[in-house]
Design a protein around this ligand. Structure first.
Ligand code: PGA
Length: 248
């Protein structure tokens, strides 16, 4: 499978940045085997129609589990699908932390995406305390299995998982390639125990930058990266995409 680079802008960016990033990475996605996905703030997703002629793919950063209703400020999977958005982050640790998203909400959001043919990027990751207590594998496996246990197994191949250790997000301290490999391998193993023969794609996220991406991608079970801070600079992000594309 082709490697995947997902940019997570979080609550950052501008129309101008969108133009600049598209300009940098467009030809690249066409010329290489890597898939480039930009997860934009909801406010910018409607602008992506102007880039229909590119190979870049689009993601929401969050979605509600219902299709419509009295939920001020929320965005439904129906709306994302209407805009031609093919992917959506689900259960990012910032949402689990600051917006009290539970495993059950993550499951419901994943289901809402799958019903509309939107590919969920389910984010999992342990915090520092859990890692120090030796519970990392247990935590991430639980977060993944809550989702896999309750969706039709025929749809499981549409799910991509992002392993994002909370202690590595925005800290400049990425997980070592060995840690990433160990966790990715464990996630794939857990996935197969639930859905036989599932070839789960697992991305690594947390302080990925142009200096560490190559080593991370060299690990056998790192299938791509989810890039936060370093995706906000167009040229730097292009260099990350180039290295991911070159890693195959
Ligand atoms: P970071 O964020 O690359 O800035 O650490 C990654 C993420 O939270 O998706």
């Amino acid at each position: 499978v082709d490697p995947l680079v997902v940019a997570n802008w979080k609550m950052n960016g501008s129309e101008q940045l969108l133009q600049a990033v598209v300009q940098q990475v467009d030809g690249l996605a066409e010329a290489t085997s890597a898939t480039v996905v930009l997860a934009l703030p909801a406010a910018y997703l409607s602008l992506t129609k102007a880039f229909d002629n590119t190979q870049i793919e689009w993601a929401g950063q969050n979605v509600h589990w219902l299709t419509s209703g009295a939920y001020t400020g929320e965005v439904s999977a129906t709306m994302l699908a209407e805009l031609g958005v093919g992917w959506c982050l689900v259960g990012h640790s910032e949402r689990r932390q600051h917006c009290a998203e539970t495993d059950d909400m993550v499951l419901a959001k994943t289901k809402a995406c799958l019903e509309l043919g939107i590919r969920p990027i389910v984010c999992v990751g342990e915090n520092l305390q859990e890692r120090q207590a030796g519970k990392a594998l247990e935590v991430v496996s639980r977060q993944l299995l809550v989702v896999l246990k309750d969706i039709p197994s025929a749809l499981a191949p549409l799910i991509v998982v992002a392993y994002e250790p909370v202690w590595a997000i925005g800290t400049g301290e990425e997980a070592s390639p060995e840690i990433a490999q160990e966790v990715h391998e464990a996630l794939k193993h857990a996935a197969r125990s639930e859905v036989k023969a599932l070839e789960l794609r697992v991305l690594y996220g947390g302080s990925v930058n142009e200096d560490n991406v190559k080593t991370l991608m060299s690990m056998p079970d790192v299938d791509g990266v989810l890039v936060g801070g370093a995706s906000l600079e167009a040229l730097g992000f292009r260099r990350i995409c180039e290295q991911v594309a070159g890693s195959v």
